[in-house]
Design a protein around this ligand. Structure first.
Ligand code: UT7
Length: 332
């Protein structure tokens, strides 16, 4: 059985910086509220006509492949995590496939929102373990800012979500010591409506109507309190599950990269696990919550900043819409 290993990570965030001050011009909010409740100071939003989920993922993938020393021709498969694809169909994986000189490789989309990147990593890991593929591009990319209700009604979610893309190249590892040690995936669909977006919906009379637009069906809707309460419990559980599975304890972790949902969630998990500040990577302060893109963006930035070194034990964990949650433990 082969093991899979991250060979390189890359990211792209849009140029446009949206500060908390900028948001106060759109809705009834304050810099103090946002910083205190979420930790976010600024985030990136796309520029229509310039940034697309495809263009951002292309830039992130190019960076990841360059750092991995791998060319597009060598990639055997694409796994693309997004809930905000450029088209209703086809998925974003194929839209990325035509952007670079890839071969006619398979491209798969994963729609698990905040935990989407870990789900994607897990799927890619299985293909490598079985020997079916040698090099897989795993992407998380989102444009959330076009589906946010920027009125007072939507303010609790529109202040946190943001846009960006991250990617990693996963390759078959020849070392027994490094690579993905485990992934754990969970869901509990009874809570689907705590964080969801109804439209476009295939089961109504039409997929798009003026009535749906007027009702705000295209906006992301979140019961922030409920999501928060479940998140803190599930984060702890799924991290512990991963540690137990590998016979490890929290002291063994060199870097925890939590999904960047809310700085308070990350801090809660850090405190409960007794981890020092340098053992938890957060970039939500300047990047916001980019759903499936938070973990690969964070991984790429942590690596750039020298916070990930060869041999380090990394733990990834995410929770979000579904509810769906997941963890991964890997040795870099
Ligand atoms: O990534 C996917 C998963 N998502 C998450 O994990 C998000 C989890 N949830 C959260 O991060 C937090 O619940 C939020 C940041 C979304 C909201 O923070 P909260 O501390 O749970 O606030 P709340 O919704 O309980 O609202 C508290 C108060 C309310 O006012 P009253 O009723 O106490 O008078 C809200 O109306 O804050 C008000 N409020 C705001 N005030 C200023 C809500 N949003 C805002 C805002 N600016 N943007």
């Amino acid at each position: 059985m082969y093991k899979s290993k991250i060979l390189g990570a890359g990211h792209y965030v849009p140029e446009k910086i949206v500060t908390n001050e900028d948001l106060t011009a759109m809705m009834n909010t304050t810099n103090e509220w946002i910083v205190e409740r979420t930790g976010i100071q600024e985030r990136r939003w796309y520029t229509p006509g310039k940034d697309t989920v495809t263009s951002m993922s292309k830039a992130a993938s190019e960076m990841a492949m360059k750092r991995a020393g791998v060319t597009p021709e060598e990639i055997d498969f694409i796994v693309f995590a997004t809930i905000t694809s450029d088209y209703f169909l086809p998925g974003n994986g194929v839209l990325l496939q035509r952007e670079l000189p890839f071969r006619e490789i398979g491209a798969l989309d994963i729609r698990n929102a905040c935990s989407g990147f870990i789900y994607a990593l897990s799927v890619a890991d299985q293909f490598i373990k079985t020997g079916m593929y040698k090099k897989i591009l795993v992407v998380g990319a989102e444009i959330q800012s076009s589906a946010l209700d920027k009125s007072d009604e939507g303010r609790s979610s529109s202040v946190i979500f943001a846009d960006g893309a991250g990617a990693v190249v996963l390759g078959a590892s020849d070392s027994e010591q490094s690579g993905i040690l485990s992934t754990h995936l969970h869901s509990q669909g009874q809570y689907a409506e705590e964080l969801y977006c109804i439209a476009p919906s295939s089961s109504g009379k039409v997929r798009v109507s003026q009535e749906m637009i007027d009702r705000g069906d295209f906006f992301l809707k979140m019961n922030g309190n409920a999501v928060f309460k479940h998140a803190v419990v599930r984060f702890m559980e799924v991290i512990q599950e991963a540690l137990d599975h590998n016979g490890l304890s929290s002291e063994d972790i060199d870097l925890l990269i939590p999904h960047q949902a809310n700085l308070r969630i990350s801090q809660y998990v850090q405190k409960k696990m007794g981890l020092a500040d340098e053992k938890v990577f957060n970039n939500i302060m300047t990047r916001g919550n980019t759903t499936a893109a938070t973990i690969p963006i964070a991984m790429s930035e942590a690596w750039e900043q020298g916070k990930i070194k060869d041999g380090d034990l990394l733990c990834l964990a995410a929770f979000g819409s579904g509810f769906a949650w997941a963890s991964a433990v890997l040795r870099w």
